[in-house]
Design a protein around this ligand. Structure first.
Ligand SMILES: O=C(O)CCC(=O)C(=O)O
Ligand SMILES: [Fe+2]
Length: 258
């Protein structure tokens, strides 16, 4: 059943077509055991709420992303207010290259296959947040559910870990199932606002490391960035894949098997 849910043979992933953002140390695993690779990610998200691919981004590609962050930083803070960078802001950048790559679209679909879900390029949206200074404080501890089936965090610049306010990511993993019931969705949002309820549910923090990819079910997991010293720079790109209520809007009614 697991095997059957993995799409098509691996001719897309032959040596000569391996995407340039994939670090060399992953080529062999992807080529020889792609099904196992997908399963490893899915099992980790199911069991712990997150899956991490350590050092997945090729160092040269990461360096390119860093210089893109330097270039985009002023765009993010135009007019004395911070905005997330989306859509046209990210055009022709490495962020779009990875987001809309055959590899990542296929990987997301293979991870999500047991949920009867299929995402297309038009359901996928990268959002880049560059946090620094007082204007960058607005999003911290604004805990939330994403609307997505799958969210992939691709950190590019992170503060050195260890300080009190080092911009950790906090997550209450898999606290609900996927659902297209809008009433239930509102109920979860309202319940999650109560700090005492949040304290009753297991959560943990992690320090994102640039070069790693972090996968979680956005709709199912309450989360967000924790406190950050305004003197420190934190740049993270979140890649958003579809979501139950987007599918509902499109008239796709889905029975989620688990
Ligand atoms: O930057 C982060 O740690 C998470 C951002 C996030 O959750 C979001 O943009 O939806
Ligand atoms: Fe989020």
């Amino acid at each position: 059943m697991e095997q059957a849910s993995i799409s098509q043979p691996l001719n897309l992933l032959r040596t000569d077509t391996m995407e340039r953002f994939i670090n060399d140390c992953y080529h062999e695993e992807i080529r020889s055991d792609y099904a196992g690779f997908v399963r490893r990610i899915r099992v980790s998200i199911d069991e712990t709420g997150m899956a991490t691919l350590d050092g997945f981004i090729h160092p040269n590609f990461l360096a390119e992303l860093r210089s893109t962050v330097d270039r985009l930083r002023p765009v993010c803070y135009q007019g004395g207010k911070r905005k997330s960078l989306i859509g046209a802001d990210l055009k022709d950048t490495g962020f779009c290259e990875i987001t809309f790559s055959d590899f990542l679209i296929r990987l997301a679909n293979d991870i999500l296959a047991p949920f009867n879900v299929k995402v297309e390029a038009s359901d996928i949206h990268p959002a880049m947040s560059i946090l620094i200074g007082e204007e960058g404080q607005d999003t911290l501890q604004h805990w939330h559910f994403d609307a997505t089936y799958l969210s992939v965090a691709m950190p590019v610049v992170m503060p050195p870990p260890g300080g009190e306010r080092d911009g950790k990511f906090r997550i209450w993993p898999n606290v609900r199932r996927f659902s297209q019931n809008q009433w239930l969705n509102r109920l979860y949002w309202n319940l999650a606002k109560f700090a005492f309820l949040r304290r009753m549910v297991r959560s943990y923090t992690i320090n994102f490391t640039p070069g790693n990819l972090y996968f979680f079910y956005g709709f199912r997991s309450y989360h967000g960035p924790d406190e950050l010293d305004p003197n420190l720079l934190r740049a993270n790109c979140l890649i958003n894949f579809g979501g139950p209520l987007f599918d509902l809007q499109k008239g796709k009614i889905i029975r989620y098997p688990k």
